[in-house]
Design a protein around this ligand. Structure first.
Ligand SMILES: Cc1cc2nc3c(=O)[nH]c(=O)nc-3n(C[C@H](O)[C@H](O)[C@H](O)COP(=O)(O)OP(=O)(O)OC[C@H]3O[C@@H](n4cnc5c(N)ncnc54)[C@H](O)[C@@H]3O)c2cc1C
Length: 412
């Protein structure tokens, strides 16, 4: 059977990001009849919006995505079905049944790989529904994929790695954000943690920052020094990426009549509590950067055992060393296993595809061992981690698997 014909697929892949595309290319290499579904009309997932400097130039996610798509299109047993959101999936005798938005009939597959990536955490400040307020990920796509200027005087709210990624990209595009600052604490923002936790997150990335960042981070890591020093920092912040990193002010609200015209700010004391009167500053775009969490929906719906692991960004499946879940034939790869960069996602996709191929006698133990080692290498080589302790998070999942799949959605 060809990948485009009727019948049962060897492998269905949900998500054509780096994990899903790398999996499809590896499955095609082994002759597996495979189809990749993505709700987006363009393949590449979050790779499309990524841009960062590497020694000697820039790493351009769009070019990487084009390379992966070419590798998939090279394989006659693989089909890429874009604009095809998988809205339901069920287990059935010998495999899975998927319902995708473009297929009038369900698709059947012996194995299923969920590579649905991550999503952004909300930053529900008062005024966040005004036009001109977008997420950092949306700003990445507008700027890096479509070349759209998101604002002349933009304000990034949040101290997640994504805040710094988007600031870097906007600076490279010649429109650095005016400022990067945390949101003010509030009941609707409890999931982001208090400012002190967000400061810790930002300081974790200090080794990638300018010369003041490392010694500054070391000083601010001590609560006593922080209480003494932070209130003395200039309210206008410190220079970073053509922008200003403002650690001792917080954004309370977005203000504007018909669209975002500015932000309302308060000072933060050394413990992260808002103090003193509020004031307004102009901004024509507000970019919310709360952070990322894995998308677990399909895995959970199919009955995979799940666990909540903070170091991996949230709820993830309990998996074996290849990404096989507790449901036979159901695999996960990429950010669905925990939020990491694209290189790790690609290696995880290949690893899962080779495990499926091995079940069909089309891959040997050596190929699988190499694929597992490639994931570890990609993780070790990553320029930064989205969450502290990611390797420990994966070890926790491995322990749950060894204990017999232990997790039941609870935090571990
Ligand atoms: C907003 C955002 C910004 C990011 N920025 C960076 C960055 O700057 N640098 C970095 O290293 N990493 C970044 N990441 C992390 C990024 O997710 C990884 O680098 C990498 O792209 C993960 O690959 P993936 O294949 O697991 O998922 P993704 O690249 O997210 O791909 C998942 C794909 O699944 C599709 N999908 C989801 N659900 C369905 C469904 N039900 N049916 C059909 N298709 C579906 C999506 O449309 C998407 O194309 C970002 C992530 C997000 C969410």
């Amino acid at each position: 059977m060809s990948a485009g014909g009727e019948g049962v697929l060897d492998l269905a892949v949900v998500g054509a990001g780096p994990a899903g595309l790398a999996a499809a290319a590896a499955a095609g290499e082994r002759g597996l009849v495979t189809a990749v579904f993505d709700e987006s009309p363009v393949a590449g997932g979050r790779l499309l919006g990524q841009l960062h400097p590497v020694p000697g130039g820039w790493w351009v996610g769009r070019a990487e995505a084009a390379r992966l798509v070419a590798a998939v299109e090279d394989r006659p047993t693989v089909s890429l079905r874009l604009g095809a959101g998988v809205y339901a999936a069920a287990r059935e005798e010998g495999g899975f049944r998927l319902h995708a938005s473009v297929s009038p009939t369900p698709v059947r597959a012996r194995s299923l790989l969920v590579a649905t990536g991550a999503t952004e955490l909300p930053v529900p400040l008062p005024g966040w529904n005004l036009p001109g307020v977008i997420t950092a990920g949306a700003a990445q796509t507008l700027a890096n994929v479509w070349g759209v200027e998101v604002g002349r005087r933009s304000f990034v709210v949040g101290l997640s790695p994504l805040a710094f990624a988007v600031a870097l990209e906007l600076s490279a595009a010649g429109v650095p954000p005016a400022a990067i600052a945390p949101p003010a604490p509030g009941p609707a923002l409890a999931h982001l943690g208090p400012p002190a936790a967000q400061w810790r997150e930002a300081l974790r990335l200090a080794r990638l920052g300018p010369v003041w960042a490392r010694p500054g981070a070391a000083l601010l890591a001590s609560p006593a020094l922080r209480r003494a020093l932070l209130p003395r920092l200039p309210r206008s912040g410190l220079p970073l990426l053509g922008s200003r990193l403002r650690l001792n002010v917080a954004v309370e609200a977005v203000v504007g009549r018909e669209s975002a015209e500015g932000v309302r700010l308060r000072r933060l004391d050394g413990d992260g509590r808002p103090v003193g009167p509020a004031w307004h500053e102009a901004a024509d775009a507000v970019l919310l950067a709360g952070g990322l969490r894995p998308v677990p929906d399909l895995l959970r719906a199919l009955g995979a055992r799940m666990a909540t692991v903070e170091e991996l960004g949230g709820e993830v499946p309990v998996v074996d060393p290849d990404g096989a879940t507790t449901v036979p034939g159901l695999y996960a790869a990429g950010n669905a296993l925990g939020v990491e960069g694209a290189a790790v996602a690609m290696a995880q996709g290949r690893r899962a595809a080779l495990a499926v191929a091995a079940r069909l006698g089309r891959a040997d133990g050596r190929a699988q061992a190499e694929a597992r080692a490639a994931v570890e290498r990609a993780r070790a080589d990553a320029p930064f981690a989205f969450h502290a302790g990611v390797a420990e998070g994966h070890r926790r999942i491995a322990a749950l698997w060894q204990e017999g799949g232990g997790g039941d959605g609870r935090a571990v």
